[in-house]
Design a protein around this ligand. Structure first.
Ligand SMILES: NC(=O)c1ccc[n+]([C@@H]2O[C@H](COP(=O)([O-])OP(=O)(O)OC[C@H]3O[C@@H](n4cnc5c(N)ncnc54)[C@H](OP(=O)(O)O)[C@@H]3O)[C@@H](O)[C@H]2O)c1
Length: 278
């Protein structure tokens, strides 16, 4: 199988490149191809003729998206459309990385793939519109929604918490947003399996278990060997430009249909802390 990874220089992309063995892998960041450039996207995909394209490229700064709406839509929606159209022309399969932020967070039980999208942020809107467009262009494409990604090789929540815990006696962390932390290594392995299993339609892919950011931070600080106090605060106290869903736990039902089980996030955090040290 020949695979093209777009967004290969990002947090997930790096893990995909490391984990993907046994197939021919082409890895590209924005310097190789800007997905907003439809002609270049067509040229790259037309020349490479991959069996699968993993579209992990995105404008992922959720807060900055609020003040850079045009950029968010041009990369996350229009860029994805460019890739899907080129994939259709080249006869390639496509797996698109999407987000729990397509939901409004008003549920109190895990979100299933058939639940209605109702994004609250510009980033969430751009991802939701990309999903709708992609399913029209390539009805058989796979949309892998994930959440709260962490891993080595870039900025992520545990990395920030560890840096702060090393320098401060106390940290305030929001305790009214619940979701599923997801380790890039486990996510990459699941994506590889989904491609090998010819996955199609929407699939939710996160580590098992859920927590609030506060609970996540507590585990990070303790297991990182720090003594900093972690204090629970509300989203209102820590106002950010983009609204986040209060509850965005994604159900594993859709992933189990492919016979894929994800490890618990606490287990994943332990492996991340090990990987970070090595
Ligand atoms: N991070 C999360 O918590 C989270 C949660 C849910 C879903 N997701 C989704 O999962 C995917 C991977 O996220 P991530 O955290 O790995 O992202 P990331 O670390 O921010 O990496 C983004 C990647 O996209 C590339 N990129 C940005 N703009 C581009 C453009 N115009 N053309 C081509 N490439 C472009 C970047 O290339 P350069 O390095 O060259 O700039 C980089 O390789 C994204 O689709 C994201 O929306 C992430």
């Amino acid at each position: 199988m020949k695979v093209l990874i777009l967004g290969a220089t990002g947090l997930l992309g790096k893990a995909l490149v490391r984990e993907w063995t046994g197939d021919e892998v082409l890895a590209m960041g924005s310097r190789d191809v800007d997905i907003r450039d439809s002609a270049k996207v067509r040229e790259i995909i037309g020349n490479a003729r991959p069996d699968w394209i993993v579209l992990a490229a995105a404008y992922t700064d959720v807060d900055a998206c609020e003040s850079h709406r045009e950029l968010a839509f041009s990369v996350n929606r229009d860029g994805a459309v460019n890739v899907a159209e080129a994939a259709r022309q080249a006869g390639a399969e496509l797996i698109f990385l999407s987000s729990d932020y397509v939901f409004d967070g008003k549920k109190t039980s895990p979100y299933e793939v058939e639940n209605k999208r109702n994004p609250q942020s510009v980033y969430g809107h751009s991802k939701a519109e990309a999903e709708i467009n992609l399913l029209e262009i390539l009805p058989h494409c796979c949309i892998a929604r994930t959440s709260w990604i962490f891993g080595v090789g870039g900025r992520c929540f545990p990395d920030t918490i560890l840096r702060l815990a090393a320098n401060r006696p106390a940290l305030d962390v929001v305790n009214d947003q619940r979701g599923c932390p997801t380790y890039t290594v486990d996510l990459a392995r699941a994506i590889i399996q989904l491609c090998r299993k010819d996955a199609s339609g929407i699939v939710h892919v996160t580590n098992a278990g859920d927590c609030t950011w506060f609970e996540f931070a507590q585990q990070i600080v303790t297991r990182g060997g720090f003594t900093a106090e972690v204090r629970p605060v509300s989203s209102q106290q820590m106002a950010r430009p983009a609204p986040r869903p209060a509850y965005s736990v994604l159900s594993a039902t859709s992933l189990r249909r492919y016979g894929i089980e994800m490890p618990e996030w606490k287990d994943a955090l332990g492996r991340y802390l090990q990987e970070r040290k090595s």
